[in-house]
Design a protein around this ligand. Structure first.
Ligand code: NAD
Length: 472
C-alpha cells in the first residue's frame, strides 16, 4: 500500500476525505508532511452509526473468527512495516529503529491479544439450577490515543476491544494522525465494514466523542488532566471508562547495584523516546554510596548518544514530538536554571529548526522542585541522592501518580522487597518498561482507572452477564 497522501478517514469500510484538513508537521524539520482530515460532527455521527450498525453482526461472529481476523491484521501490519515505520518517524520524530520497534510491537499486540480467551464462570450446576457468568461485549468503543506511541498504544485497545466483540471509533492525536489513518485503510481490507472506524480531527473531536450518546465505552490514553475531562464527559451517559494516564515513575538504585552493569539501562529507562513515555523513569533516586560513579557513567554515556533527525543513520534520539510539549520541557529547564540547580549535561536547546532538546541531567535538585514533582515527558532527568532506603521509598510514594516504578540492586530479593512497597500499577526489578499483551498494565492513584493487557484488560471491554436457569 502507499504511504503518501491523500490521507483519508475510514468510516463504514470506506475512505472518507475531510471537508477541511489540518497540517501535520515533521518535528525534526517543522516542514508540513501531510494534511489530515478534520472530521465534522456529522462525520463523527456517521462513524458512530457505522460502528453501531456493525456491532450486532460482529458480536455474533464466533470468537474464533474474530481471533483469526485480528491475527491476520497483525500480519498485515508486519508486512507493511517499512512504510509504516517511515511515516511514523516523519510525524512522530522517533528514529527509524524505534519506529520499527513500535510497528513490530503493534503487530505483536494484535496477535498477542488474539490469543486471549473470555472466561466463563459456572456459579452453580445443581439439580435445581444452572448459573453461569459470561463476559459479553459492551457495544461501541470510542478509543483515544496520544502522540508518543501513536500506533502501539492504539493497538493496546483495538486487539482486545474487537476480540471481545465490540466495534470501535478510533481517534489518534492531531499531532500524529497519519500512521493511524493508514492503519485504518489497511484494516478496512480485512475487517467487516464498520467494525473499526478511524477519524481524525482537531481539539473539538475528543470531547465530541466522549460525550456522544452512541458510544458505550471510552478507552483513553493521555494525560491525567485530559483524563479527568474524559471521565466527567463520559459520566453524562454513564459510559464505561478505561483511563491510562500520566506517570512520574521513580527508579530506586540501591547501594549494591553494579554501576557498570546498570548505567546504560538506567540511561535508556529515562531517555528512550526522549523521555516521552508514560513509564519513563522520571525521578532517579540513587544511594549516596554509588551516586558519584553512577552520575559520571550516565553523563559519559549521554555524550555518546546522537540526537538528530530520526530518519538519519545513527540517530538515537529524535526531537520532541510537538511545539507545545517542546515549550513545556524548555519551561522546566528554565525554571531549574533560575533556581540555580546544577546541570550535569544538556540544558541548552539548539535553536535550529526542529523541536530538539539535548539530553539533560540535573544534579540532586530539591525534592519539591518542579522537575521532581511534575511529569516532564521530555529528556530532562533529576538525579536524586538518598542515604536511607526508607526515605527513598517514602519519596517515591509521595506522588499523586502511580503508574510504574523500578528498583535496581544486586540482591534481587532485597530489591524485590522494596518493589513490593512501591504504590504503582507495575514495579520492575532490574529492568523497566517491559510490557506484554498477556499481562495487565495500568495506573493507580491519578495515573489511571482500569488496566490494559492480559485477561484483566480484555474484560474491561465486556459487561458481566449472569444467566440463571431454574431446572424443572
Ligand atoms: P493528551 O491528554 O493531551 O491527549 C491525548 C489524546 O486525547 C489526544 O488524542 C487528544 O487529541 C485527546 N484529547 C485532548 N483533549 C481531549 C478532551 N477534552 N476529551 C477527549 N479527548 C481529548 O495527552 P498527550 O499529550 O497526547 O500524551 C501525553 C500524556 O499521555 C502523558 O501524560 C503520558 O504520561 C500519557 N500517557 C499515558 C500512557 C499510559 O498507558 N498510562 C501511555 C502513553 C502516554
Amino acid at each position: 500500500m502507499g504511504f503518501d497522501g491523500p490521507f483519508t478517514m475510514t468510516i463504514g469500510g470506506r475512505a472518507v476525505a475531510g471537508d477541511a484538513t489540518f497540517d501535520v508537521v515533521n518535528p525534526a524539520t517543522e516542514a508540513v508532511i501531510g494534511a489530515a482530515p478534520d472530521a465534522t460532527r456529522a462525520q463523527l455521527d456517521n462513524a458512530v452509526a457505522a460502528a453501531r450498525a456493525a456491532f450486532p453482526g460482529w458480536a455474533a461472529t464466533p470468537i474464533a473468527e474474530r481471533r483469526a481476523l485480528i491475527d491476520r491484521l497483525g500480519d498485515a501490519v508486519m508486512a507493511e512495516i517499512d512504510g509504516f515505520k517511515r511515516l511514523l518517524t516523519a510525524e512522530q520524530g522517533k528514529p527509524h529503529a524505534d519506529a520499527q520497534n513500535e510497528i513490530g510491537g503493534a503487530a505483536l499486540w494484535l496477535k498477542g491479544a488474539a490469543t486471549l480467551d473470555l472466561p466463563v464462570t459456572v456459579n452453580e450446576d445443581s439439580a435445581d439450577r444452572y448459573s453461569e457468568t459470561r463476559h459479553v461485549p459492551i457495544g461501541v468503543v470510542g478509543a483515544i490515543a496520544p502522540w508518543n506511541f501513536p500506533i502501539v498504544l492504539a493497538m493496546f485497545k483495538v486487539g482486545p476491544a474487537l476480540l471481545a466483540g465490540n466495534t470501535m471509533v478510533l481517534k489518534p492525536s492531531p499531532f500524529t494522525p497519519l500512521t493511524t489513518l493508514k492503519f485504518g485503510e489497511l484494516a478496512a481490507t480485512i475487517l467487516p465494514p464498520g467494525v473499526l472506524n478511524v477519524i481524525s480531527g482537531g481539539d473539538a473531536l475528543g470531547p465530541w466523542l466522549t460525550e456522544h450518546p452512541g458510544i458505550d465505552k471510552v478507552s483513553f490514553t493521555g494525560s491525567t488532566a485530559t483524563g479527568r475531562r474524559v471521565m466527567q464527559s463520559a459520566s453524562a451517559t454513564l459510559k464505561r471508562v478505561t483511563l491510562e494516564l500520566g506517570g512520574n515513575d521513580p527508579a530506586i538504585v540501591l547501594p549494591d547495584a553494579d554501576v557498570a552493569a546498570v548505567a546504560e539501562k538506567l540511561f535508556w529507562a529515562a531517555f528512550a523516546n526522549n523521555g516521552q513515555i508514560c513509564i519513563a523513569t522520571k525521578r532517579m533516586y540513587v544511594h549516596e554510596d554509588i551516586y558519584e560513579p553512577l552520575k559520571e557513567a550516565l553523563v559519559a554515556y549521554a555524550a555518546t548518544v546522537k540526537v538528530g533527525d530520526g530518519s538519519e543513520q545513527g540517530t538515537r534520539l529524535g526531537p520532541i514530538n510537538n511545539r507545545p510539549q517542546y515549550e513545556r520541557v524548555l519551561d522546566l529547564i528554565r525554571d531549574a536554571k533560575e533556581r540555580g540547580y546544577t546541570f550535569l549535561t544538556g540544558g541548552e536547546a539548539s535553536g535550529t529548526p526542529g523541536y530538539f532538546v539535548p539530553v539533560t541531567i540535573i544534579d540532586n535538585p530539591p525534592e519539591d522542585s518542579r522537575i521532581v514533582q511534575e511529569e516532564q515527558f521530555g529528556p530532562v532527568l533529576p538525579l536524586l541522592k538518598f542515604r536511607d532506603v526508607e526515605d527513598a521509598i517514602a519519596r517515591a510514594n509521595a506522588s499523586d501518580y502511580g503508574l510504574g516504578a523500578s528498583v535496581w540492586g544486586s540482591d534481587e530479593d532485597a530489591a524485590f522487597a522494596v518493589a513490593e512497597r512501591i504504590a504503582s500499577g507495575t514495579v520492575w526489578v532490574n529492568e523497566t518498561q517491559h510490557l506484554t499483551p498477556l499481562a495487565a498494565f495500568g495506573g493507580v492513584k491519578q495515573s489511571g482507572v482500569g488496566v490494559e493487557g492480559g485477561v484483566e484488560g480484555l474484560l474491561e471491554y465486556t459487561n458481566v452477564k449472569t444467566l440463571v436457569r431454574r431446572r424443572q
